[in-house]
Design a protein around this ligand. Sequence first.
Ligand code: FAD
Length: 466
Amino acid sequence: MNSYDVAVIGSGPGGYVAAIRCAQLGMKTAIIEKYSTLGGTCLNVGCIPSKALLDSSHHYEDAVKHFEEHGIEIPGDIKVNLEKMIARKQAVVDQTTGGIDFLMNKNKIDVYRGLGSFKDATHISIKGEKTVEIEAKNAIIATGSKPSSLPFITLDKERVITSTEALKLKEIPKHLIVIGGGVIGLELGQVYKRLGAEVTVIEYLDRIIPTMDSGLSKELNKVLKKQKFNINTSHKVKSVERKGNEVIVKADNKKGEEVEFKGDYCLVSVGRRPYTDGLNAEAAGVKITDRGQIEVNDHLQTSAKNIYAIGDVVKGAMLAHKAEEEGVFVAETLAGQKPHIDYNLIPGVVYTWPEVAAVGKTEEQLKEAKIDYKVGSFPMRALGRSRASMDLDGFVKILADKSTDEILGVHMIGARAADMIAEAVVAMEFRASAEDVSRMSHAHPTFTEAIKEAALAATDDRALHI
Ligand code: FAD
């Protein structure tokens, strides 16, 4: 039987990063993955394929809607070849997951393909082509999550689908109904909207992207409506029925009246659930909470002392970079180091266009915590860079402590916000004040000037270009 210092179960961004860091720190490491490719949800059916389709559909939309105003004329019709678009996405996925095989090899990590099940706290059986058993002094559970649904919905995975199927449709929906106005629903909704589908979003709460600052929800709602999304907030879905090629969704609106939506596809994107099926966690003494998450303490240690858990399968934001940070954290903890994660500084991003990105506290959270704050805001449309590229929507908003000027939260919507948020994370990591950021030179013309201007606005209302 092979013996290891650490066995990592699951090869998503949490698991494979944990394995690499363990190997870097000199531990003999194994990784176990039940699917044939490494990389987990993020690389196979999550972050990477969704961004590949967002990019392809963005190019198409630019060609159809915006090339002309830039003085680019294309003779003849511009058409989508969906099969080719999906094949390109798959090629990107294959290249990326192949890269993880390379990294495992480079770091001398043994890869086991099969379902990992605990026999006890130090033995794991792996059911693949044949069943093998390994011994591990320590284990890291990184088994991730799966799409969740509503109890009355039958996911036929043909027309009533999850994000996994939405990434490989064979035709462009005529009318895609999206249940859930969160990140995944809006991103995939925008892919098919750009390709020509009518898109209806149904959200239970009173705003889309409800976990983010309400200013971002409001602005994104406005922009998506301009893009002809049909958005229905405060609607409680009660039934989803498939009749042939038609899907009928019934919901109660705010007034309690029944509303009916008819489409040809329905994407159910109401969140994800932690995944522990087949893990046999109990045999190792690992407790699972009522919400199905692996219970961990502040060191990400489970109720079994030598077993840790990270990523989507534990509490906290279901994000790839959060899982990665936790992977590194556990590896370094096992090596006797004292790592640290500031969960307040894990950024959240929506890759629609305009992009939405945020870090730190929202206005709602600051009000609830009774923290006195000031707001500096700057609209993207006032930037020369925005006018040059015709990306005029959105703003940057900085929330700073009223007395100390320390930045407490940064919320932005606009072109390239996903990349720009890194500046806010760095500033907050070093506990910068709004004035600190306002005094730093930002290259002109760039979208990042909106961050400087918002910081100036937060510092005695000193924005220069508005
Ligand atoms: P996962 O990536 O889910 O990996 C878990 C792995 O464990 C899987 O490969 C699974 O097969 C394996 N496994 C499970 N049980 C066992 C077992 N018993 N034995 C062996 N193997 C097992 N996040 C972002 O930060 N940015 C984004 O842009 C983004 N976009 C997304 C888009 C979509 C459509 C979706 C669905 C998700 C997106 N996410 C995004 C979320 C992101 O994918 C997850 O947060 C991330 O993958 C979690 O990583 P993880 O390592 O915890 O688990």
